[in-house]
Design a protein around this ligand. Structure first.
Ligand code: PMP
Length: 459
């Protein structure tokens, strides 16, 4: 037995017997052992049997520059030599952290954002943003403003704060009771909504009317912030109508409510704009960042703090303004070094243009597939963030069953693309350095899988 194989057997055994895998039932992992991903190269990953696939999810929407970026790897290696860790708690900082905060301020100049709080990932960033929003209102002498509003189907990570504003019961039920004071409103989703409308303008009107109704019901002066993803990710890639965010911002402004943009997925180019809210022409008060900040090469996140919030902290000289919140790894020098290299490469490679161009190409290809395959109910996306919703009955949009979806995912993998399946939806978010022929490989794999899927789509 080769050394690689024995190592692999050991890791598989560990996975099934020793690990509680995230977002999985332990018994399902026994029945269907996890795939061992052994190697990455460009936009491809290889499993332990050597099978090569285009990673059509770029990890978890994060490996935007693919797996072979030497500049990031070298930055990490040299930072490990120089200073592998030091704390950024009161009294100390490090050079990479200083550089990164300046670099991010340049990236976020159009949003007029000049301050950052560093975290270890997206959930930390959401938690931090929610806390800063509450603290902001205490500093304003409006301590009643403690509530949060968010969108049904939204996803904001797994800490108790984030889970409380999550808009999907899957991520909530087992962990309730969650944070009090969190309320959810209708998301502008043209394919499925309670209003039964698909017209974009009308959908915005109805969703914002529902939001305003909730604000008035709760009392506008009890609401700290509204949090949303500019394009919803884990909720199934829901792209709001173009007028939704500008009108949302105007509505929140009328009630003084802070806007938190959760850009954990959408930040740094994925939607075809450098930031999702920039694409909608909106400046948020707080922005949650992670994922593409380091492209997954090192865990790091950040909260970008807008001028209004920054000003409130600067104006306060009491203990109330102390940020009594921080992570051991806030401003980790290796993470910051990774981010600096990653952002340099992200800008140099102009990934935003690729996201727009290849996103349009893939969307058109998937729409073409929908003409051929009856089980494709809806194709949607923005930039390189796309979804194919699979149904057993197109007319009534019945979600396809678990067995059918598992068969589709397996067949796609065998045909050369690794896709993520969330419920009855195939999620596509390849690296933003993907080339045309690699896009074609994804399309071909999906086409082969849909053509081969002969089982009952309802089961
Ligand atoms: N917010 C959004 C919009 C996300 O998609 C995610 C993760 N997919 C998170 C927050 C949580 O990030 P993390 O998994 O890095 O904690």
């Amino acid at each position: 037995m080769s050394e690689t194989l024995s190592r692999t057997n050991l890791s598989r055994e560990h996975s099934v017997k020793r690990v509680f895998h995230p977002m999985a039932h332990p018994n399902d992992m026994d029945a269907m052992p996890p795939r061992v991903i052994s190697r990455g190269e460009g936009v491809y990953v290889f499993d332990d049997a050597g099978h090569k696939t285009v990673d059509a999810g770029a990890g978890l929407w994060n490996v935007n520059l693919g797996y072979s970026n030497h500049a990031i790897k070298e930055a990490i290696a040299s930072q490990l030599e120089e200073l592998p860790y030091y704390s950024a708690f009161k009294g100390s900082t490090n050079e990479r952290l200083i550089e990164l905060s300046h670099t991010l301020a340049e990236w976020l100049e159009p949003e007029n954002i000049k301050r950052f709080f560093f975290t270890s990932g997206g959930s930390d960033s959401v938690e931090t943003a929610l806390r800063l929003a509450r603290q902001f209102w205490k500093l304003q002498g409006q301590g009643d403003r403690i509530k949060f509003l968010s969108l049904k189907r939204g996803y904001h990570g797994t800490h108790f704060g984030g889970a409380s504003v999550n808009g999907n019961s899957t991520f909530r039920r087992s962990y309730e009771p969650l944070l009090p004071g969190c309320f959810h409103v209708a998301v502008p989703f043209d394919y499925r909504n309670v209003f039964g409308v698909s017209d974009a303008e009308r959908l915005t009107d109805l969703c914002l009317a529902a939001l305003e109704d909730e604000i008035q019901f709760q009392g506008g002066d009890t609401i700290a912030a509204f949090i949303a993803e500019p394009v919803l990710g884990a909720g199934g890639v829901i792209v709001p109508p173009p007028n939704y965010w500008p009108r949302l911002k105007a509505l929140l402004d009328r009630y003084g409510i802070l806007l938190i943009a959760d850009e954990v997925i959408t930040g740094f180019g994925r939607t075809g704009s450098w930031f999702g809210c920039r694409g909608w022409g909106v400046q948020p008060d707080l922005m949650c960042l992670a994922k593409a900040l380091t492209c997954g090469y090192f865990p790091l996140g950040a909260v970008a703090i807008g001028e209004r919030v920054e000003r409130a902290f600067k104006a306060d000289n009491s203990a109330m303004g102390t940020i009594s919140h921080g992570y051991t790894y806030s401003g980790h020098p290796v993470g910051c070094a990774a981010a600096l290299a990653c952002l340099r490469e992200t800008a140099a490679l102009d990934v935003v243009t690729t996201a727009r161009r290849e996103g349009d190409y893939l969307l058109a290809a998937f729409r073409g597939m929908a003409d051929r395959f009856e089980t494709i109910g809806n194709v949607r996306g923005k930039g390189l963030m796309m979804a194919i919703e699979v149904v057993s009955d197109r007319a009534v949009k019945t979600p396809a069953g678990k067995t059918y979806m598992a068969a589709l995912a397996k067949a796609t993998y065998e045909a050369g693309a690794l896709v993520r399946v969330l419920g009855h939806t195939i999620i596509l978010s390849p690296a933003l350095v993907i080339k045309r022929h690699e896009c074609d490989e994804i399309v071909a794999a999906l086409q082969a899988a849909f053509a081969a899927a002969s089982g009952d789509p309802a089961s």
